[in-house]
Design a protein around this ligand. Structure first.
Ligand SMILES: [Zn+2]
Length: 321
């Protein structure tokens, strides 16, 4: 399939499948964002199906012993004669237009223009002495590198739009730039799942009742699952008594939204940022545990669950509230 011309109907379908597999409720993490997770410090990100398809064609053009240009020309002439005789409405004419030889030749001869990976780079990839199986990877990387500035702009613009809804008391540009720096700073210092919880917080992707209330007919957000004294929302968590206990377990503070989201100047320190990211991850999983427990089935209080999640070590040191 990668060797036929890029069909946008197929691309739309693949994108649809990827959205279903990788994106949570409300499509908060867009496919384009999922293809740019490297900017958030993650080691993996989704492949762009379009780039993968181009790279596969370049690999075949590089490795085949066939004369692709001649094959493509012959194919075009034969098909043309057939269409002149039978008309463009002839059976399977659309399929005949999708010859692999033509599609590979188009990429082979047009890649420098269309995908802008640089002529010398492209020729090196096409004629180079690299091990055959590495060609596709090299092309994918080259395409990814060429598209990186645009992807980064998209990534930071998306973050900016997501942060817009929070009242952070600092200019939006600062908050966006701090968010990007925090993600980069966190990379490699904590487990990816901890980074993921923080990333989702910045992108307003925590499935709080407030965020998904529109999916439930616009009803008022239900109460905070930890303290029952506020709403199930990020804004409340920033001031929630229980969340502040979680933060204190990691020897950090949260009183404002800026501090809760680790966008305050204090979180520029790596040790503070790491501690806050860990606290936020604990809050995220505890909320999830409480939310998904059937009513009346979860006998443990949020504080008991917190101690269970943190392990007995912390409680043994007497650092509970
Ligand atoms: Zn609360």
């Amino acid at each position: 399939m990668q060797l036929v011309p890029t069909n946008f109907a197929v691309k739309r379908f693949l994108d649809f499948m990827l959205r279903k597999i990788f994106v949570g409720p409300g499509n908060r993490i867009t496919l384009q964002t999922a293809c740019a997770l490297g900017f958030a410090g993650f080691k993996v990100e989704l492949r762009d199906t379009f780039a993968a398809s181009v790279a596969a064609k370049v690999r075949v053009a590089r490795n085949t012993v066939l004369d692709i240009d001649t094959l493509s020309t012959e194919c075009f002439l034969t098909r043309n004669t057939y269409h002149v005789q039978r008309g463009m409405d002839a059976k399977h004419s659309l399929w005949q237009m999708s010859s692999m030889a033509t599609s590979i030749a188009v990429v082979k001869n047009g890649a420098t223009k269309e995908f802008d990976i640089g002529r010398s780079k492209f020729l090196a990839l096409l004629r180079g002495t690299k091990a055959e199986k590495k060609v596709q990877k090299a092309v994918t990387m080259a395409l990814g590198k060429a598209a990186a500035p645009a992807r980064r702009v998209h990534f930071s613009e998306t973050l900016r739009r997501r942060l817009e809804r929070f009242r952070l008391d600092i200019p939006l540009g600062w908050a966006t730039s701090r968010g990007l720096k925090r993600m980069e700073n966190l990379a490699g210092k904590v487990q990816p799942r901890i980074s993921a919880s923080y990333f989702k917080l910045l992108f307003n992707a925590w499935p709080t009742a407030r965020r998904i209330r529109t999916l439930r007919g616009g009803k008022r957000a239900s109460k905070c699952l930890f303290c029952q004294n506020g709403r199930d929302s990020i804004e409340h968590f920033a001031r929630c008594e229980f969340c502040s206990v979680v933060f204190s377990k990691f020897r950090v503070q949260s009183g404002t939204l800026l501090q809760f989201m680790a966008l305050d100047s204090g979180a520029a320190e790596s040790c503070v940022l790491v501690a806050k990211a860990k606290a936020l991850h604990v809050i995220f999983i505890l909320r999830s545990l409480l939310f998904h427990s059937p009513k009346n089935a979860c006998a443990a209080s949020p504080h008991e669950l917190l101690n269970a999640v943190l392990g007995t070590q912390l409680t043994a040191r007497g650092s509970t509230q």
